[in-house]
Design a protein around this ligand. Structure first.
Ligand code: AMP
Length: 419
C-alpha cells in the first residue's frame, strides 16, 4: 500500500502557492494597517484549554478534536481554532499589564475531524484577529468593516454580512427560560444531540444542522427580544457605526454559532458566488467578554474572527500564476559552469531571483527549461563571454537579445524587468 496524506488533509504544492502568498500578504497588510501585530502560538495545547473555552457540548469538543496522550501521560489536542490559544497566551504573559488594548493576528493550520467535503477539511488554514481590552461597540464595527473591505479587495464581491447579538450572561439567562419553554413540547422530536443540548446549553439547539431540528429552531423566539437595556444599546451602537462606515449587513436573529464562548456581537460573512458550494461561510467571529476571566485571567472584554483561507481562495475570481524566476543562467559549455554559479550568486545579491540547471546539458535544453519555468530573461554565458567579460541577455518575453558588460548585467536586468 502506498502512503498517502491523512484523509481530509491536503498538500499545497508550489504551483498553488502564489495565491496563498498573495492572500496571506494582503491579510497582513490590511490588519497591520489597523495596528494588529502577529502572534504565533503552539499547534498543540493542553486538551483542557479547548474543553473549558470552546465548551463541552460543542461539536468541536464532543466529536472533532484530535486528542492524544503523550508519553508523559498528558492529554494534548491539535488546536481546532485560534482564539483559545490567543487567550491562553494573553493570560500566561500578563499582556494586560503592558497595554490597555491588545490587537493580535495569526495565520496557521487548524485541525478538526469533520466529515471531509468540498471546502471542509480536517487540516485547514485560518487567518484571524483578536482584540483584547475594548468593550465595543465601535471596535466591533471597525473589525467587521475591516474584514469586509479585505474580502472586497480580493475581488470577492458576492457576499452577505450577517450580524446578531446574543447579549451577556443576564440576557442569556432570561432567554434560556423562554427558549426552553418553546423547545420542551418538541423535545422528543429533536435529535439525541439536541435533547442533551437542551439540558446543557439550549442555545446550541438553534445551531443544529439536522433538518427537523432546524425547522423547530426556525420557530423559536428571537434572542433579540430578550436583550437587556445595556446589551440592546451595545447592539444599536454597533449597527449605527456600521451604517456610518457604509458597511452593508443584515441582522439575523438566529445566528448563534457553534462555540460556547460568545457574548453580545456575533457575525458571519457568507460567500454567495459559485465555486464555494455548500460550505459558504467565509468567516465567523464575535465577542467573548467572559472568556479571559474564565481562563483565570483578568476581567477583559474581547472580540475576534477567523476566516478559512481555503474558502477565500475558492471564492477569489482570478488565480494568479506568477513566475518565480527573473533570470535563468545558461552555461553554454561545461567549462563555464563554475563562473555561471558565481554569476548566479552575484545576481541574487543584487536582488534578483535566479535559477539555473547546474547539471548542465545542451544550450537548447537549458533554454527550454528557462521557458518552461517562465523565466523572463535567459542569461547566456560561454567561453568567449567569460574571456571578454560580457554576458548575453535574452529577453524571453520581447524576444530580443543584447550583449552587456558583466559588471552591468544586474542593472540592465532590473531595467528590463521594470519595462
Ligand atoms: P469557526 O472557527 O468554526 O468559526 O470557523 C471560522 C471559519 O473557518 C469558517 O467560516 C470557515 O471559513 C473556516 N472553517 C471552519 N472549519 C473548516 C473546515 N473544516 N475546513 C475548512 N474551513 C473551515
Amino acid at each position: 500500500m502506498s502512503l498517502r496524506a491523512v484523509k481530509g488533509m491536503k498538500d499545497i504544492l508550489p504551483d498553488e502557492i502564489s495565491n496563498w502568498h498573495r492572500l496571506e500578504n494582503a491579510f497582513r497588510n490590511r490588519v497591520e494597517g489597523y495596528g494588529f501585530r502577529e502572534v504565533r502560538f503552539p499547534i498543540v495545547e493542553p486538551t483542557a484549554l479547548f474543553v473549558r473555552s470552546i465548551g463541552e457540548t460543542t461539536d468541536i469538543v464532543e466529536k472533532e478534536m484530535y486528542t492524544f496522550t503523550d508519553r508523559g501521560d498528558k492529554s494534548l489536542t491539535l488546536r481546532p481554532e485560534g482564539t483559545a490559544s490567543a487567550v491562553r497566551a494573553y493570560v500566561q504573559h500578563s499582556v494586560q499589564a503592558r497595554e490597555p488594548v491588545t490587537k493580535w493576528y495569526y495565520i496557521g493550520p487548524m485541525y478538526r475531524r469533520e466529515r471531509p467535503a468540498k471546502g471542509r477539511y480536517r487540516q485547514f488554514y485560518q487567518a484571524g484577529i483578536e482584540v483584547f481590552g475594548d468593550p465595543g461597540p465601535y471596535v466591533d464595527a471597525e473589525v467587521i468593516d475591516m474584514v469586509v473591505g479585505f474580502i472586497a479587495s480580493l475581488g470577492i464581491s458576492e457576499v452577505e454580512v450577517l450580524v446578531n447579538s446574543i447579549g451577556g450572561p443576564e440576557t442569556r439567562e432570561k432567554y434560556r427560560d423562554a427558549l426552553l419553554g418553546y423547545l420542551t413540547p418538541y423535545r422528543t422530536e429533536l435529535c439525541p444531540d439536541c435533547q442533551r443540548r437542551m439540558d446543557a446549553n439550549p442555545l446550541r439547539v438553534l445551531d443544529c444542522k439536522v433538518p427537523r431540528c432546524a425547522e423547530i429552531a426556525a420557530g423559536a423566539p428571537s434572542i433579540l427580544k430578550h436583550l437587556t437595556d445595556d446589551d440592546r444599546a451595545h447592539f444599536d451602537g454597533l449597527q449605527e457605526t456600521l451604517t456610518i462606515l457604509g458597511t452593508p449587513y443584515r441582522v439575523d436573529g438566529s445566528l448563534v454559532r457553534g462555540l460556547d464562548y460568545y457574548s453580545r456581537t456575533l457575525f458571519e460573512v457568507l460567500g454567495k458566488g459559485e465555486g464555494l458550494g455548500a460550505q459558504n461561510a467565509l468567516l465567523g467571529g464575535g465577542r467573548y467578554d467572559q472568556m479571559v476571566k474564565s481562563l483565570d485571567g483578568p476581567d477583559t472584554p474581547a472580540i475576534g474572527f477567523a476566516m478559512g483561507l481555503e474558502r477565500l481562495l475558492m471564492a477569489m475570481s482570478e488565480a494568479v500564476t506568477e513566475s518565480h524566476v527573473d533570470v535563468f543562467i545558461v552555461a553554454a559549455q561545461a567549462g563555464v559552469r563554475g563562473q555561471a554559479t558565481l554569476l548566479g550568486r552575484e545576481l541574487r545579491d543584487a536582488g534578483l531571483r535566479v535559477e539555473s540547471d547546474l547539471r548542465g546539458g545542451s544550450l537548447k535544453s537549458q533554454l527550454r527549461r528557462a521557458d518552461k519555468i517562465d523565466a523572463r530573461i535567459a542569461m547566456i554565458l560561454g567561453e568567449s563571454e567569460v574571456e571578454e567579460g560580457v554576458v548575453q541577455l535574452k529577453d524571453l518575453k520581447n524576444k530580443t537579445q543584447e550583449q552587456v558588460p558583466r559588471a552591468d548585467a544586474a542593472a540592465r536586468i532590473h531595467a528590463l524587468l521594470s519595462d
